[in-house]
Design a protein around this ligand. Structure first.
Ligand code: ZN
Length: 506
């Protein structure tokens, strides 16, 4: 047997490097699966990933690791990075050990079955095909949540689920923030519909050849600070970003031939995620605090670059000459003519196609439904009706078929309850960070107009990226912006934008 360092902190970090390596191996295989694996590789890939997950779980729940972490905790100075390493390691170990192996196996089995029946239900446009597996998924997820509560991970079942994606955040923190969005956004969206204003989106339509779109998107990503020596851009059915340490952070995209917005904003979104990962400190790579702190903070980076940078007039003053060069057939468009087409507001049925203003109402709907499901107020078979009623109330739209309604998202089929709120937390935080950055750096749009994106990235590096998971997300947010997460900055931004495009205020 190899000898371990006598310093318990070093000893546990050495072990953690192996655990991180297993996570990375799975992530590389996941990237490969989405971008270039032949379809016939599916079954074998599933077995490989499952074996890696088993090894990962075994190493993470090894009692001798917990002992080492405890010894490290006894000598770590409060407030030090070593202390944060112990806190994060204990959080991960506690979550992994709280769920009995037998339950974890049942969850994994049900996940793959439930994913398949969800896909079938979408094809058949029939919720009843999915309902039995979803019922089991809900019941197993509740068992997992109860086990996590029993282990002291969280006080309440829904908090235990949320904690997996947004550590430190509770239903009690999230509910009032989402309620304030609901109160402000529903009337705003209604006022837009009543205004009768129709935005001319013709400027965003045309013929945009894939290779030209890719070249333009790459130029933009590089200007924002994405390092292609530590990254790649590939094609996939659903755009995503994935990182295997700060030196290898990859993004994917897809595009439409007749509308440049989908491809470009997708790349800017994933670039925001990737800039965060490329900015994580190399010294903490492969340690418990070395990764991104939460999904909400991750999404704040993507939304900031996609929306607050990418849809700003300043950005387009810089980008339009390059855009015209990339797409000579696009005609001469001015930033002012283009701007409204980047900020249309229209109630829609499908979350992933929703605009900035209505997107968070889609999340409010899911949050309210999930809470009721886990509070035991509604049964799975009542979901289609509840879905339609909630959409009627929040957005005034009604899905003609379940495929565009209750069946549209993959998350519940995988048991990912408590995930949706992180999208909205990210949206809100993007505006809060942008406002804080402007307090330090002055107005950013004139800088964007000159092609200067470095100061903003530098600010994010110093206030967000370089801290990785050293501080829990709520503390990181307060340190970076001087206040806890709130909806105010984002609401001010969206109200200003909607007033500008539609001439309405509420
Ligand atoms: Zn994202």
């Amino acid at each position: 047997m190899s000898t371990e360092p006598t310093d318990p902190t070093q000893a546990f970090l050495d072990r953690w490097a192996d655990i991180a390596a297993l996570e990375r191996a799975s992530a590389v295989l996941g990237w490969d699966q989405e971008t270039c694996m032949p379809p016939a590789g599916q079954a074998s890939r599933g077995r490989t990933l499952s074996a890696l997950a088993g090894l990962h779980h075994e190493k993470l729940t090894d009692p001798s690791l917990a002992e080492l972490v405890e010894q490290a905790g006894a000598v770590a100075e409060r407030g030090s990075a070593a202390h944060a390493q112990v806190r994060e390691a204990q959080r991960c170990i506690r979550r992994a050990t709280a769920v009995p192996g037998e339950l974890a196996r049942r969850v994994a089995e049900t996940q793959s079955r439930s994913l398949a029946s969800w896909q079938q239900a979408r094809r058949d446009d029939d919720f009843s095909v999915f309902a039995p597996d979803l019922t089991e998924m809900v019941s197993l997820t509740r068992e997992v949540a109860d086990a996590l509560v029993a282990a002291g991970v969280a006080a309440r079942p829904y908090d235990a689920l949320l904690d997996d994606y947004e550590p430190g955040m509770t239903e009690q923190d999230v509910a009032p923030v989402l309620a304030s969005l609901r109160d402000r956004l529903s009337p705003l969206v209604q006022a837009v519909a009543d205004s009768g204003v129709v935005v001319d989106e013709g400027v965003a339509h045309g013929t945009f050849p894939g290779p030209a779109q890719e070249a333009f998107a790459r130029e933009v990503a590089v200007a924002l600070g994405y390092d292609f020596a530590a990254g790649r851009l590939d094609e996939s059915a659903h755009p995503f970003s994935t990182g295997f340490g700060p030196g290898d952070v990859r993004i994917t995209w897809r595009w439409l031939d007749d509308d440049f917005r989908s491809g470009l904003f997708g790349v800017m979104h994933e670039t925001g995620h990737a800039l965060y990962e490329q900015g994580l400190p190399a010294a903490w790579d492969g340690t418990p605090i070395g990764g991104a702190v939460s999904l909400g903070v991750h999404e704040s980076q993507s939304r900031l670059f996609e929306n607050l940078v990418g849809r700003s007039r300043g950005f387009w003053e810089w980008a339009l000459p390059r855009f015209h060069e990339a797409f000579p057939a696009s005609g001469d468009v001015s930033p002012d003519a283009l701007w409204p087409a980047l900020h249309t507001t229209r109630p829609s049925l499908v979350r992933v196609e929703a605009d900035e203003a209505t997107y968070n109402l889609h999340i409010v709907a899911r949050f309210e439904i999930e809470r009721r499901l886990f509070a035991g107020d509604v049964d799975v078979h009542e979901l289609p009706e509840l879905w339609d009623a909630t959409y009627d109330e929040l957005l005034g739209v009604h899905a003609p078929t379940p495929a565009d309604g209750v069946l549209q998202d993959i998350h519940w089929s995988m048991g990912a309850f408590g995930y949706f709120p992180t999208y909205t937390l990210g949206n809100l935080l993007s505006a809060q960070l942008f406002a804080a950055a402007e307090r330090d750096l002055g107005q950013l749009e004139p800088q964007f107009a000159r092609g200067e994106f470095g100061p903003l990235l530098g600010w994010l590096r110093t206030h967000v990226h370089e801290h990785a998971s050293r501080y829990p997300a709520p503390e990181l947010i307060e340190r970076a912006t001087g206040a806890p997460l709130a909806a105010d900055d984002w609401l001010a931004y969206i109200t200003r934008t909607v007033a500008d495009v539609y001439g309405v205020t509420v």
